[in-house]
Design a protein around this ligand. Structure first.
Ligand code: MN
Length: 198
């Protein structure tokens, strides 16, 4: 049921993205992934494994390690667990057409030490509209909060880094990308005069 919106937006004979199917999730640690996505506009997709799917937020400015940045994160439809490995081109005419690459990945756990198992705790926090967790990625590490905005659009959240050993000011996710990656190459091509003629 959770993947109904995801499947409804896509035609799986036309996109290489995985079809949304219910799946048993990670046995041990919960995983997260951040995909850099050059669609109609460049954004980062932040995904947290919960309940067999990837709960997903689109972050226009990308995540930040600077505690002073409050990054708008628009909650979008659940994505299938298998989406954690998706990279490549979504062909023209498809939902989210453009280039996707994995920017960071790793495991995560709830920040608060309490009696609930990690996943149950995260689901409770999601219902409460206030997530607090520790990321163990290659780029993003340490404590973060993801908080639903009050008196705003229903799906608007803010991603905020807590001050800790991993915080950095200033921080720009775009400066922590591979200069020869699929998305970067595509963005450079789009900017070049040759591409503009088409
Ligand atoms: Mn996206």
């Amino acid at each position: 049921m959770a993947l109904k919106d995801y499947n409804a937006k896509r035609k799986f004979d036309r996109t290489a993205e995985p079809e949304g199917k219910a799946k048993k999730n990670s046995k041990n640690k919960l995983i997260f992934v951040i995909q850099r996505h050059a669609a109609s506009s460049l954004h980062y997709d932040f995904r947290l494994e919960m309940d067999g799917v990837l709960k997903s937020w689109a972050i226009p400015k990308g995540p930040s390690l600077d505690p002073q940045d409050k990054r708008l994160a628009m909650m979008v439809e659940d994505h299938p667990y298998d989406y954690k490995d998706f990279e490549g081109t979504i062909a023209e005419g498809n939902y989210g057409a453009g280039q996707v690459e994995i920017w960071d990945s790793g495991t995560y756990e709830p920040l608060d030490d309490n009696q609930l198992p990690a996943e149950k705790e995260m689901l409770q926090q999601l219902r409460d509209g206030s997530l607090k967790f520790i990321l163990k990625g290659k780029k993003l590490k340490g404590e973060f909060a993801l908080v639903k905005m009050k008196n705003a659009e229903n799906n608007a959240w803010l991603l905020i880094k807590h001050k800790d050993d991993f915080s950095q000011s200033p921080y720009d996710a775009e400066k922590h990308t591979d200069p020869d990656s699929l998305v970067t190459r595509h963005l450079k091509e789009k900017k070049s005069p040759k591409a503009k003629k088409e």
